[in-house]
Structures are given as structure tokens and as C-alpha cells.
Ligand binder design. Sequence first.
Ligand code: NDP
Length: 226
Amino acid sequence: MPTILITGANRGIGLELAKRYAAAGWVVIACCRKPKEARALAAIRGEVEIRTLDVAKPASIARLKAALGKRPIDLLLNNAGVYGQRGGFGRTDPKDFLATIQVNSLAPLLLAEALLPNLMKGGMKKIASITSKMGSIGDGPGGGGYAYRASKTALNMVMANAAAELKGKGISVVVLHPGWVQTDMGGRNAPVKVGDSAAGIMRVIDGLTPAQSGRFFNYDGSTIPW
Ligand code: NDP
């Protein structure tokens, strides 16, 4: 049975992905900040191990790495994310901006670095990170969401760069836009249901070939400009 490690698995898209991978027979290492409060995650049937991880804290990443030891991981799914401050130009809060970068851009890289030995032992050798079309410069930024947009643009570069560097090791690295999804972050008016987003994300990851490494995908399998 393949093993997936997913961050931010206690709610939203991460929870739905944890449910679906468990239902598909995967071993799911479901990470969240507060396992004791992760009731929906604990209720999932299947092989789900809930582990503590605050992606914003390098020490928490180090503790997770130590706990996992040399265990193989087939797929690392960086899902945890924050939106940060919603204000537009002229309202930038430096602390919030950097905190958003820490979670959305830096943490996925630190986690990939920490878990590389585990991924090398896995059969699938895949790293997928949930980005956003809001980080696409080519798609035409419409204003606002500075911290979030910049953090996802940085995530895209981090992962495109890692794809180039890890190619020789046989590891495929992609970033995925999940759609505008009905979650706490996406809000109730979002057009995409969380189940449809998760199903699409899984389909893209499942079909991922080494030749597609380094690409920016939409959840429906189409590509998005950088
Ligand atoms: P939610 O706000 O519903 O969930 C966010 C998840 O990230 C929660 O599990 C949250 O945990 C976790 N998280 C936040 N900070 C940390 C941290 N420091 N350490 C560990 N976990 C953390 O968002 P979505 O499910 O909608 O978003 C999932 C991903 O999809 C994000 O990367 C987001 O940017 C991206 N995305 C979402 C879109 C949408 O329309 N919903 C559109 C484009 C991209 P906790 O409960 O502890 O806060």
C-alpha cells in the first residue's frame, strides 16, 4: 500500500484528500497542528495516522522527521496554507506578509528537504504542492491579496526549481491549483465543491509522469501559465 503524507489535513481540501486517499487504500500520514481537536480527521475510516505538525515551525518539521525515521513515503502533499491579510495596496503588514511566506512558500521546501530520504525510499517519488492561480503572473493579477499572491508565486518557483534539481533522483515535483473551492478559505460562494477539487487533484497526481515534473496544473488537468 502506498503512503501519502499530507499537511493541513484537519479541514478543507486537506481533510477531503485524506478521506479519499484513505478510501482508496493508501496509508495516510495526516498532519495537523492540533490532533486532539481534529475530530473529522479522527472519524475517517482506513489507515490514517494523525501526526502533529505546525509547518510554520522548523522545530515541528524536525520532530516529525525524527518520528518518521527511515519510513518510505510515496507522495508528499503540501496542502497547508494561509491567506494572510486581505487588504490592498497601502495596507501591508510586514509581520503578516512574512508569516504568510513562511507557511505557503518556505514550509513546503523545508518539508521536502526533510523528507527527501523517505521519498527516495518510496516507490512513486512524488511531491505535489497546492498553490493558487492567484500566484500566477501570466494569468494576470487583479490586485489585492499581496501576501498570498506573492507567497504562491514564490512556492511555484521553489517547486519548479526543486523539480529541476530532483529530476536526476527520479522525483517528480508539481504545483496544483485546486480551483476556487468551498472551504473556510474559499468561502461559501466558491463554485467548486471540495469533493470535485480533491478528486481532480488526485487524478492529476495519479497520472503524473516524470516528463510532467516542474509543471503548474489546474485540478482539471489543464496547465496554468506561470
Ligand atoms: P482552509 O483554510 O480550509 O484550510 C487550511 C488548512 O491549512 C487547515 O488545515 C489549517 O490548519 C492548515 N494550516 C494553516 N497554517 C498551518 C500551519 N502553520 N501548520 C499546519 N497547518 C496549517 O483552506 P483550504 O482547504 O481551502 O486550502 C488548502 C490549500 O489550497 C491552501 O494551500 C490554499 O492556499 C489552497 N487554495 C485554496 C483555494 C480555495 O478556493 N479554497 C484556492 C486556491 C488555493 P488549522 O485548522 O490548524 O488552521
